[in-house]
Design a binder for this molecule. Structure first.
Ligand SMILES: Cc1cc2nc3c(=O)[nH]c(=O)nc-3n(C[C@H](O)[C@H](O)[C@H](O)COP(=O)(O)OP(=O)(O)OC[C@H]3O[C@@H](n4cnc5c(N)ncnc54)[C@H](O)[C@@H]3O)c2cc1C
Length: 402
């Protein structure tokens, strides 16, 4: 780091995707002097998202009309044998223009006088330093040295900021194409299969007969994707374009450190049932913004303070639900084809679709789980499953009580 000029800021945010831009926006009216470092030159690119987000998006942020491309009215869930159930209710998730969402807050932030963006610049490392008797962080990027009181890692699933703090996410690898097709315009598909059991194959209707078709898996994603496309009868050569991407898998990571916090995919704030992270990170960003403002007001950047004002509120709101998503995922991963068949039969024959429709919540599944557990057939199904998989239930209990 030595021998280069140092630039001074109050706060350094690494990553200018949705987490970094939204948090910076929440702080844009403060007098905190912020620098945002983004390794790509164009905000929002490369595009790596299926872009399906629950209606909560409209409650969390002011959502301009042009960001919403379509609404989903039905979810078709296909099991490994090819049988399906269809769920439709009051929840009509948005299909969004993800590039535009990332750019929405960048557009607002770049005109704020307290915010500087350095695009096409890579965060490399940081270390702690001391200035006038006060601790600070010294950040080394591909182009300069930055001194700040606080550092925020919004740098996605492979987080370099996190790596310096020994945070490492477990990962899924995703492949997606956009293609013109003749599927249902308002129906999203989730296709479960043992080959990609850590998530599912999806079809998301973007509108204008364009569909986002993808899968995520912990291994062999390319091979799985070709098998999935073959099952759907799709020729990859007809694609409009292709995306890849990485999705954190598990529960929320440690996210509070001395002078540093992690937000979004960097902190593993992603639902293990769907791979969706946007509602979670927007919720966490509000806690992060409160914590940052308090840290500067009280000049307190200790791990304890950040934990109290950021990590704990996150755990109370999204953290518990993320654990539940992970528990559901661990159960789904262990269902055999026969289990899926039995469960679908229970759902169909007992009007459980109706309960899912009424209480289903893409983000916060707790209420639905309690309602389902009250159904004797579902309860019996789970008891039988737990007798067949005794170890998993010990693991699930550990996760829920952690
Ligand atoms: C294929 C796919 C489909 C998905 N579908 C959905 C969905 O339908 N609904 C949903 O809610 N979520 C979905 N997600 C998850 C969602 O995209 C993420 O939760 C969200 O993008 C996380 O935002 P983020 O800002 O935390 O991280 P990212 O979007 O990963 O952004 C991190 C940013 O940091 C930058 N960066 C990284 N390292 C450095 C560095 N060293 N220096 C400088 N900059 C750096 C990157 O360039 C990037 O701009 C999907 C993800 C994938 C991969």
């Amino acid at each position: 780091m030595e021998g280069r000029n140092i630039e001074n800021f109050d706060l350094c945010v690494v990553g200018a995707s949705i987490a970094g831009n939204y948090l910076t926006y929440l702080l844009s009216k403060s007098n905190i002097n912020i620098v945002v470092i983004e390794e790509h030159k164009d905000i929002g690119l490369p595009f790596q998202c299926a872009g399906i987000i629950s209606q909560k998006l409209g409650q969390l942020i002011e959502l301009p009309e042009e960001i919403v491309l379509n609404r989903v009215k039905t979810a078709k869930i296909i099991n490994p044998s090819g049988n399906f159930i269809k769920l439709s209710g009051n929840e009509h998730p948005f299909v969004i223009n993800r590039i535009a969402l990332d750019r929405l807050y960048y557009g607002k932030n770049k005109i704020a006088t307290n915010i500087t963006y350095y695009l096409g610049e890579r965060f490399r490392s940081f270390r702690y330093g001391v200035e006038n008797g006060q601790k600070c962080v010294l950040i080394d990027t591909s182009k300069r040295l930055i001194k700040a009181k606080m550092l925020i890692g919004c740098d996605g699933p492979l987080t370099s900021v996190g790596k310096h703090l020994k945070v490492k996410n477990k990962l899924l690898y995703a492949a997606q194409i956009r293609i013109k097709g003749n599927f249902h315009e308002n129906e999203a598909v989730m296709y479960f299969h043992p080959l990609w059991k850590q998530l599912f194959g999806w079809i998301v209707p973007e509108g204008n007969n364009v569909y986002r078709i993808g899968i995520a898996s912990s291994k062999n994603v390319k091979k799985c994707f070709h098998i999935y496309l073959k099952k759907l009868g799709i020729d990859i050569n007809n694609k409009i374009d292709q995306q890849g991407g990485i999705i954190p898998y598990g529960i929320m990571n440690k996210s509070a450190f001395k002078h540093v916090l992690l937000l979004g995919d960097a902190a593993g704030q992603v639902k293990a049932t769907t791979g969706g992270g946007i509602v979670m990170l927007l919720t966490a960003a509000k806690h992060a913004s409160n914590c940052v403002k308090l840290s500067f007001k009280q000049n307190n950047f200790s791990k304890r303070f950040i934990k109290k004002h950021y990590e704990k509120p996150c755990l109370r709101t999204i953290g518990k639900e993320l654990k539940l998503h992970y528990v559901i995922r661990l159960i789904l991963e262990r269902l055999t084809n026969k289990d899926f068949e039995v469960f679908f039969k229970i759902v169909k024959e007992n009007k459980i679709e109706h309960i899912i429709t009424l209480y289903g919540d893409m983000d916060f599944p707790k209420d639905l789980i309690f309602k389902l557990l009250k159904k004797p057939l579902v309860f019996t199904f789970l008891i039988k499953f737990s007798l067949k998989n005794p170890n998993i239930f010990i693991k699930l209990l550990k996760i829920l009580t952690k």
